[in-house]
Design a protein around this ligand. Structure first.
Ligand SMILES: [Zn+2]
Length: 316
């Protein structure tokens, strides 16, 4: 914990008072490879914009100057930075400067705690839009924890046959509670019958397993940050002439609207609630996976009104 000067408000940016940060395994101090100048994590953010009230923040910042940005491909700008992810400090600070275009006001009826899930839910929704599959398409999500669960739940609102493949008890338990199709990774058949797969697992076997399930010339979306697919997986994918898509885009506006009227109960994804001072310890101790789903309350976020509905399972 350190005192820093307030961030300077560059032209086009707004200084946002942070209120809630949802931590993920990749925020752990041991995983801080490409974070910003100070190495501050935190990509799933809700804060207060002095003009528009509570906002969810899209952490992906296109450069705005390259030919891709000019031609409408800003979401995949090669020079983009990610708040708390690549090249830009994250939201575990009291104030953060954010481009105005990245701020999305929360619907009045949405619990601000749940709005921190907009990034992982939005990844599933953006992926559904990108894959453009028929509604009845069979697709699988491979992975454990908040990112895989949120993305699979979001994908299942577009494609009801979506299934989640995970050996993690928390992930499987929540999928069962949501009536989301799920299987253990080893139990799922390798019948080349899936139209598409989304990988959120950093396991070196994930791509080879996915290639065994994918129909010939199907597509695999690689959604893991900082981990490369392995050679055996790529060779299997080549053999069935499958396509590998990189996917990092999220759709915050769509996610906020889904979270306002969710067909699944997102509250159990917020596994515990801590204060900013406690986050310092949480980030540097324990296993990265233990951070997953931890909500850090900052400023007004830690002063929930009395009687306000609480989303966290361990709200104090
Ligand atoms: Zn650009």
């Amino acid at each position: 914990m350190a005192e820093r000067p307030d961030p300077p408000a560059v032209f086009g940016e707004i200084v946002v008072e942070m209120s809630r940060v949802l931590l993920r395994a990749s925020d752990h101090a041991s995983e801080s490879r490409r974070r910003g100048a100070l190495g501050i994590p935190g990509s799933c953010l809700v804060g207060r914009d002095p003009n528009r009230g509570l906002v969810a923040i899209d952490p992906v910042l296109p450069c705005g100057r390259c030919t891709h940005c000019a031609s409408g491909l800003a979401a995949a700008c090669p020079q983009r930075t990610v708040i708390g992810g690549r090249g830009r400090d994250g939201g575990l600070a009291e104030r953060v400067a954010v481009p105005e275009a990245n701020l999305h006001p929360l619907p009045a009826e949405l619990d601000p705690d749940l709005a921190t899930l907009a990034v992982p839910v939005g990844i599933g929704l953006a992926l559904a839009r990108r894959l453009r599959l028929a509604e009845a398409a069979h697709l699988s999500v491979i992975g454990d924890g908040i990112a895989a669960l949120a993305a699979a739940a979001a994908l299942s609102t577009r494609h009801p046959a979506t299934r989640l493949l995970s050996d993690d008890p928390f992930t499987a338990g929540l999928a069962a509670k949501w009536s989301l199709k799920h299987r253990g990774l080893a139990e799922a058949g390798r019948r080349h019958d899936q139209e598409a797969l989304a990988i959120f697992s950093s396991s070196s076997e994930a791509l080879a397993i996915a290639a065994g399930m994918l129909r010939p010339r199907g597509r695999v979306a690689w959604c893991v940050d900082g981990v490369a697919p392995n050679a055996e997986g790529l060779d299997r994918l080549r053999w069935i002439e499958g396509e590998l898509l990189g996917h990092a885009t999220t759709s915050i506006a769509e996610a906020l609207s889904l979270l306002t009227r969710p067909p699944f109960d997102p509250a159990p994804l917020l596994r515990r609630r801590i204060e900013l001072a406690e986050a310092v310890i949480a980030l540097s101790t324990g296993r990265p996976v233990d951070l997953d789903g931890t909500l850090v309350a900052i400023g007004e976020g830690s002063r929930r009104e009395r009687g306000a509905p609480s989303a966290g399972i361990a709200a104090r």
